[in-house]
Write a protein that binds this ligand. Structure first.
Ligand code: DPP
Ligand code: ZN
Length: 862
């Protein structure tokens, strides 16, 4: 297990001008012929290629077979000695796609051959310079029996197609040089949805979406989303598609969400297929976001790619920012922002505080697959967003233009991106670069003074970034803090500092004071509007001030955040005093008014009615009071249900049960209905509420509402839950993606014995150890069930330990994802802490421990 270090980067010693691949597809013995035109760049005449689990069938240089002394093979390398300056190397390998359960490289997914090469999967197909800074022009020929595999696809344009007896041969040519991680091949039988898009310069692009037979009606939404994404990237970023064809294939077995292979995206079917009967509104939203994300990679990732994998955030942070903006521009900007902030505050802050904490540009990597994280992706996007905040839309777009023009066709670094932003805007971002270099969530303490007799006030901000593994004594960061002010009546006001309104503080010092003046009686600051930086703000404000912000701030995030701070204070107080949760009458009144006011945006209302989760509450503690956290979160929801019953029921009655379409207003109303159901289900004995829930569950005709009722009943431990679960399984047993929801809702149930129930469900026909979606739905969901994962009887640990042991060799990427939530053993109280540590120690002794697991376990136990 040898880690790699970012600073050890060396430019490639060879160029691969062209890569000619021929695949003779076969379940257990696919023959891959790889002919490369190579050029040696330096004096060292040994060529070292990467390879993994390959059988070498033939090897020749300029048409002459190499004899045994001319090359050497090790477990993961092929060295060829004394190569000339320019030469043609032909490598023939035999691989076994049907036995490939890791779903990396070429594998068989339910009858379809497909590939996943990012990050380092291409080396499981052939020997190659499998690194993102080696760009080559690929030509790919595929031979396969036509009856079973009528569609043979690869990157670029189809240049030849013919049949010889039962065998079909198809050749694809991709004119854009690309690294091997963007290579793709698909062979299978599909239903095809075809459409076209005319670019802003008038080129007609053929769009093809391939889905399992019978699934055509569920593909329309993804196709429409693709066209919206193409138009949006032209309008907002002036970026146009470049090939004549864009293909998307949906497959059932896929480790990740989707993959941006040039011209041939491969998608997890869950991010393509959607109709209102089987998909929730959130599923539709996710399909649109992922379709957009992969499409946007065509420029930010493919045309301009990464020099090395340490730079992953160069393409992922930027592309997540782009997909977030796309979703926001398509509707519900405020809701989207709040949802993204929730991901940051729960999962990313948790990762920043864990043994695997890493900067968005890591310095040390053992297994690259472990770095496709919320830090690289989501914090990476927040860093891009801060640049956008500092430079404005116009400045940011100027920087993008410089970046793309300067680096089109190149493999570059995060540094190149920042420099393009600097050069285009004539600014200095030296201190801003720390965001790429340091892990951990910066903490900003706020002290506030205002004197109404003199009308002058001050905000004192102090920043500190906690130590993380391998990093201590961090320098101050460049933190943009957007802010607003409201008065005692909850009206937005402006305050000035040196004649300019105070709207954005650029915090760059360790300690910084901002003075301002205002004629108002009372001035309440509301900090971090739009969550303008991925930081923890420590600012105790009285509840009256928070309510003023909740009523008066212009920014929706600030209003929502004020509500969450009130909830968090109530939860923490109840834990500290070991007493029941209390909410002030004043706050309940504010909620009631919002519920009864028909003008309250139902989507934002739904967010207001969702108190922080246990995982969010856990962020407040060094050692998490698990049992108490679970108790108070449930108590808070019952308290809301009790205090607001009639108002909630009145609002709930406004639901239009027949409305099925996916549009902004209908989605917002369903979000609200579901949030209300989540609370009302805490009334276990209330006949009126039972009738309403029954109606929502069985008559709503949309998956969103049916699932909403089911989840509400299960999470509130309502007596109707068992009946709903049984009914749901009867109705949807044949639909795998739908049954994933059924599995997930059960493994997120709060009650004791959940681990035993989940174990039983691993034997249910809806479950499959070979399919990542099933494992994520049932087992990964369980790893986020704080209370049951850390059950005192050890049942949660035993369940996940068994799963990881089983998946260690079968699919290490999936095993590794299950492991992450277990790494924070130091924040778990005794007696669980010792049990958990023992569990990790046992896992470390597994036979043939995968590098993915080794890396995380050794970090956690160090
Ligand atoms: N690059 C993919 C994505 O994030 C993941 N393999 O789109
Ligand atoms: Zn991506």
């Amino acid at each position: 297990f040898e880690p790699k270090y970012r600073l050890d980067y060396q430019a490639p010693a060879f160029r691969i001008h062209t890569t000619n691949l021929t695949f003779e597809l076969d379940d257990h013995a696919t023959r891959v012929t790889n002919s490369m035109e190579l050029e040696r760049l330096g004096d060292d005449d040994t060529l070292t290629l990467d390879g993994d689990d390959l059988e070498l069938a033939a090897l020749s240089l300029d048409g002459v077979a190499l004899d045994a002394k001319a090359y050497q093979r090790t477990k993961d390398k092929l060295k060829i000695f004394r190569v000339p300056k320019r030469f043609l190397l032909t490598v023939v390998t035999i691989i076994d796609p049907a036995r490939n359960s890791s779903l990396e490289g070429l594998y068989k997914s339910a009858g379809t051959f497909c590939t996943q090469c990012e990050a380092e999967g291409f080396r499981r197909i052939t020997y190659y310079l499998d690194r993102p800074d080696v760009l080559s022009v690929f030509t790919t020929t595929i031979h396969a029996p036509k009856a079973s595999y009528p569609f043979l696809l690869s990157n670029g344009n189809c240049i030849e197609k013919f049949e010889t007896g039962s065998i079909q041969t198809v050749t694809w040519h991709d004119p854009f040089p690309k690294p091997a991680y963007l290579f793709a091949l698909v062979a299978g039988d599909f239903d095809l949805l075809e459409d076209s898009f005319t670019t802003q310069s008038g080129r007609v692009v053929t769009l093809q979406l391939f889905v399992d037979r019978g699934n055509l009606p569920r593909a329309d939404f993804a196709m429409a989303a693709l066209k919206r994404a193409m138009a949006w990237d032209e309008q907002r970023f002036n970026l146009e598609y470049d090939l004549d064809i864009y293909m998307v294939v949906a497959v059932d077995f896929f480790n990740m969400g989707a993959m941006e292979n040039k011209g041939l995206n491969i998608f997890n079917s869950k991010y393509v297929l959607a109709d209102s009967e089987t998909a929730t509104d959130q599923d539709f939203i996710n399909v649109e976001a992922v379709i957009g994300h992969e499409y946007f990679h065509n420029w930010t990732g493919n045309r301009v790619t990464c020099q090395d994998w340490f730079q992953l955030s160069l393409k992922e942070g930027l592309t997540v920012f782009r997909d977030q903006e796309f979703s926001a521009d398509m509707g519900m900007r405020a809701v989207k922002r709040i949802q993204d902030v929730r991901i940051m505050r729960t999962h990313q802050f948790e990762e920043d505080a864990s043994p695997m904490a890493h900067p968005i540009r890591p310095d040390k990597v053992l297994e690259m697959n472990n770095f496709y994280t919320v830090t690289v992706y989501n914090k990476g996007a927040e860093v891009i967003r801060m640049l956008h905040t500092l430079l404005g839309e116009t400045g940011f777009q100027k920087g993008m233009k410089t970046y793309i023009h300067r680096h089109d066709g190149q493999a570059v670094t995060c540094e190149d991106f920042v420099r393009a932003m600097e050069d285009a805007n004539d600014v200095n971002l030296s201190q801003f670069r720390h965001w790429y270099a340091y892990a951990g969530t910066p903490e900003v303490d706020v002290d506030y003074q205002f004197d109404s007799t003199t009308g002058s006030g001050s905000l004192t901000l102090q920043q500190h970034t906690p130590d993380t593994p391998g990093q201590s004594n961090k320098p101050p960061m460049h933190i943009p803090i957007r802010l607003e002010f409201v008065n005692a009546h909850g009206e937005r006001i402006q305050v000035v500092s040196e004649h300019a309104p105070v709207e954005l503080i650029e915090l760059t010092e360790r300690r910084q004071v901002v003075h301002f003046s205002s004629p108002e009686e009372k001035v309440i600051p509301a900090l971090l509007a739009d969550f303008s930086a991925p930081i923890r703000l420590r600012f105790e404000q009285p509840e009256d001030d928070l309510i003023a912000i909740l009523n008066g701030a212009h920014d929706a995030f600030l209003r929502w955040d004020a509500s969450q701070r009130i909830y968090l204070n109530a939860l923490r107080n109840a834990i500290r005093q070991d007493d029941s949760v209390e909410l002030s009458e004043r706050f309940i009144d504010v909620l009631e008014t919002a519920i009864r006011n028909q003008n309250t945006d139902p989507a934002l209302l739904s967010l207001l009615l969702q108190p922080p989760s246990e995982e969010t509450l856990a962020q407040e503690y060094k050692v998490i009071p698990i049992a108490a956290a679970t108790r108070v979160v449930a108590e808070l929801k019952s308290l809301l249900a009790l205090s607001l019953r009639d108002a909630l029921l009145a609002r709930y009655a406004a639901t239009d049960w027949q409305q099925r379409s996916f549009n902004g207003n209908a989605v917002a109303i369903r979000m609200c209905t579901n949030a209300i159901a989540q609370l009302l289900a805490y009334h276990h004995e209330d006949e009126v509420i039972l009738r309403e829930l029954d109606k929502q569950f069985s008559q709503s005709n949309t998956m969103t509402l049916a699932m909403g009722a089911l989840a509400a009943a299960v999470h509130a431990e309502h007596p109707a839950a068992e009946r709903y679960l049984a009914h749901f399984a009867d109705q949807w047993g044949h639909e795998k993606l739908v049954m994933d929801k059924w599995l997930a809702v059960q493994s997120s149930a709060p009650g004791s014995g959940t681990a035993q129930k989940v174990e039983l469900l691993t034997h249910h026909p809806a479950f499959d150890w070979g399919n990542p979606n099933r494992i994520y739905a049932l087992l990964a969901t369980f790893t986020h069930n704080l209370n049951q994962l850390h059950a005192e009887d050890g049942s949660g640990y035993a369940l996940i330990e068994q799963a990881i042991s089983r998946l260690n060799q079968q699919n290490p990427q999936v095993a590794s994802r299950l492991l992450s939530p277990l790494l924070k053993w130091r924040s778990i109280p005794e007696p669980q802490q010792t049990q958990l540590k023992r569990t990790l120690e046992r896992l470390q002794t597994l036979d043939n421990l995968a590098p993915d697991l080794h890396e995380k376990l050794s970090q956690a136990l160090a």
